[in-house]
Design a protein around this ligand. Structure first.
Ligand SMILES: *[C@@H]1O[C@H](CO)[C@@H](O)[C@H](O)[C@H]1NC(C)=O
Ligand SMILES: *[C@@H]1O[C@H](CO)[C@@H](O)[C@H](O)[C@H]1NC(C)=O
Length: 460
């Protein structure tokens, strides 16, 4: 117990040091790779919200706030992705293979190739497997401070002490570490060193995809569900990137596979996200190459987590119903006196946020994303670099207004209109009517029942 407290104290000290350093960051602003806006789910949050580069705890007051002066915020539910993390073991293995290949066989005399071979050290090890990095803790500490500044009547010390804040997370370490960092951010802000914050682990809500049998069978374990991704990996566009990179390194074309090109792209993105370094790996790509790799990553998310297959969005029915149940409860409490929960903070994965966004109908393009359509999809709205960077967040804010309850939606702290509802912060009733079909249906048990199990049953 003692050690937990002193550990917390240490973290709070670390946080104040981080806060004190803000002013220096202006002097030594890291140079940003030209391709930083194409890293997909490996994007930094600050590259989606560039004003944070100047002050990481600043909020844009002109964007936030109640829809009118007759409204006040009564509740928010935030669904947040974990912060910056290490690569997974599978990708670390690929990165090591690429590094070894370049170290032993690349003959280019370019200074940056020499830098990769002689100065840069392969420091990623397989045991890092997807864990949260210190930067990732900062992502959540700072987000907590900003959300509290944006909604001071909801995320407040008083509400915390009155047990009006609820914290729920996925069981993965990087998520638990993130939610604790979020709480540390609030500790620091409210000078509460010794308070014992709690959280609930709930994978049914935050990792619904593992529990949806139909999703596991038809998508996760299917050889064909992601065929557009494999087609694109062997497309002409990808071939050009492979050859350009082989030429830059002066390596035989046959050695530079699509997997290794991707490993190089990951190296550039991880060195940047984790260490804020514009590493020599980024020299391997120009913007056109980065767009190709971004499309490859978007295709994967599209077919595995979004519009590509209907079960992807339906797997999030439980989280969808849970959200509306919370909002309904607040509406009920408001009519009957005291609101019990002012804010719910839920931490999960990009794989948690994307299906839910899809179920709500956000970022739906007119044409599906396919391997053939790279050049026709240049203006697509489905861009994971913008939608789900590290610490991406969906925030639903309920306002009590003179004309009734209103619901505001924020993605990554910027307001967004609900698809096909023209008012920016519509009446809560309007939103409920709009999603009536899903609210009355979208039954997880039914949608996720394994087709194979049904087949077996009917045979019996
Ligand atoms: C805040 O938001 C407004 C409206 O979108 C925008 O014009 C302005 O540039 C933003 N300010 C900062 C500091 O990003
Ligand atoms: C994308 O948008 C730009 C700018 O509006 C336009 O010039 C271009 O033709 C569009 N490309 C496609 C493929 O629709």
């Amino acid at each position: 117990m003692k050690s937990i407290l002193s550990n917390r104290k240490f973290l709070i000290t670390a946080l104040s040091i981080t806060l004190a350093r803000f002013s220096y960051s202006q002097l030594a602003k890291p140079s940003v790779p030209a391709i930083a806006n194409y890293f997909g789910t490996k994007s930094r949050y600050e590259d989606v919200n560039p004003h944070l580069l100047d002050d990481i705890v600043s909020i844009n007051k002109s964007l936030l706030g109640p829809p009118s002066s007759n409204c006040h915020a009564v509740h928010l539910t935030a669904v947040i992705r974990h912060g910056t993390r290490y690569p997974t073991t599978k990708n670390i293995k690929r990165m090591i293979r690429l590094y070894d290949l370049i170290a032993s066989a690349a003959t280019s005399p370019q200074p940056w190739v020499r830098e990769i071979k002689t100065e840069w050290k392969m420091w990623y090890t397989e045991d890092m497997d997807g864990k949260l990095v210190e930067r990732g803790r900062d992502d959540h500490r700072h987000l907590a401070i900003r959300l509290s500044k944006s909604f001071p009547t909801l995320i407040s010390k008083e509400n915390l002490l009155n047990n009006n804040l609820k914290f729920i997370t996925s069981s993965k370490h990087r998520c638990i570490d993130s939610i604790q960092a979020f709480q540390e951010g609030l500790f620091g802000l409210w000078n509460m060193e010794d308070y014992d914050f709690k959280h609930t682990v709930d994978d049914t809500l935050m990792r619904f995809f593992d529990h949806c049998q139909r999703f596991v069978e038809d998508i996760e374990n299917s050889k064909t569900a992601l065929k557009e991704v494999s087609l694109f990996k062997s497309s002409a566009e990808m071939g050009i990137v492979q050859r350009k990179i082989a030429d830059k390194l002066q390596l035989p074309h046959s050695l530079v596979t699509a997997d290794l090109v991707e490993a190089a792209f990951f190296l550039c993105s991880y060195e940047f996200a984790i260490k804020s370094e514009n590493s020599p790996w980024c020299n391997l790509f120009d913007v056109q190459d980065a767009k190709v790799l971004e499309y490859k990553n978007d295709l994967k998310q599209y077919w595995k987590r979004s519009y590509g297959h209907d079960i992807n969005r339906k797997s999030s029915c439980t989280l969808f119903h849970d959200l509306f149940r919370r909002l309904d409860e607040v509406a009920y409490d408001l009519r009957n006196g005291q609101i019990k929960k002012t804010a719910t903070i839920q931490v999960g994965h990009a794989e948690t946020l994307l299906p839910l966004l899809t179920l709500f109908g956000f970022f739906r393009d007119n044409k599906p994303l396919t391997a053939e359509d790279f050049s026709q999809q240049q203006n697509r709205t489905f861009r994971t670099s913008q939608i789900v960077p590290y610490a991406a967040n969906l925030v639903f804010v309920l306002y009590d207004c003179s004309d009734g309850l209103r619901l505001q939606f924020l993605l990554n702290e910027k307001p967004m209109a609900f698809p096909d509802i023209s008012t920016p912060t519509p009446l809560y009733d309007t939103v409920r009517k709009h999603y009536k079909e899903l609210l009355d249906g979208c039954n997880f048990e039914k949608e996720c029942a394994s087709p194979k199990a049904n087949f077996k049953n009917s045979e019996l």
